[in-house]
Design a protein around this ligand. Structure first.
Ligand code: SAH
Ligand code: MG
Length: 205
């Protein structure tokens, strides 16, 4: 199923870090997943959530998108991906209002459940069998490994695992998501597709 053009146009306008081709590949990957919930780690302003949430809506399911909304290391003042217009009145980054505005404008509030919290804490609370897990949270070695370790065991047999910002060549970017990808292969996930830095895998089942 292809993404409706109005949703594509909206996703393209939302601030964030999801190139069009990779967003379309995410939407497609969600349609390959078995029935059940989709979890995204790293909502930011909801750009990727438009692609995954649209697939969830079309599947008659839900997307749970998890973020503490204070930004990753690289989003903080002085870092490469800092956006000063996302700073709240207390002087800290707050992307939650932007996520909510995105979901409202996309008319996806019935199919997307935002969860505000740290990935590890939320994982400990949710006993889910996931149709799909998308990892796009913190990019330090520790953050990426923690996301994988806390969430990957919840992926159902036949379920889909997608990892963003995978760069096998260190010249192209940080290595933490690539290490997560290698760990997933070592754990028995198999490659499904590659689009830019997006890797889609599946747990055999
Ligand atoms: N998927 C988004 C981009 C995500 S950027 C898009 O399409 O644009 C990474 C996000 O991960 C940031 O918003 C940051 O706040 C969040 N994050 C980083 N570490 C986290 C953690 N431990 N728990 C929850 N969210 C985290
Ligand atoms: Mg990313």
């Amino acid at each position: 199923m292809s993404m409706p053009p109005d949703r594509v146009a909206l996703a393209e306008r939302v601030r964030g870090f999801m190139p069009l081709a990779e967003g379309l590949a995410l939407h497609e990957a969600a349609h390959m997943a078995p029935p059940g919930p989709i979890v995204e780690i790293g909502s930011y302003c909801g750009k990727s959530a438009v692609y995954l949430g649209t697939a969830a809506e079309e599947r008659g399911g839900l997307l749970v998108t998890v973020d503490h909304h204070r930004g990753s290391e690289e989003n903080q003042p002085g870092w490469e991906y800092h956006d000063p217009t996302l700073v709240d009145t207390s002087g800290r980054l707050d992307t939650l209002p932007h996520l909510r505005a995105t979901l409202a404008e996309a008319r996806l509030e019935d199919c997307v459940v935002p969860v505000v919290g740290r990935s590890r804490q939320v994982a400990g609370l949710l006993d889910l069998r996931l149709a799909m897990l998308f990892i796009d949270g913190g990019h330090t070695e520790e953050a990426a490994r923690t996301d994988y370790e806390c969430w990957s065991a919840k992926v159902a047999a036949g379920g889909v695992l997608a990892v963003h910002d995978v760069f096998p060549d260190p010249a192209d970017g940080g290595q933490a998501p690539y290490h997560v990808y290698l760990q997933a292969l070592a754990d028995g996930f198999v490659d499904e597709s590659v689009t830019g830095s997006l890797r889609v895998l599946r747990r055999p089942g």
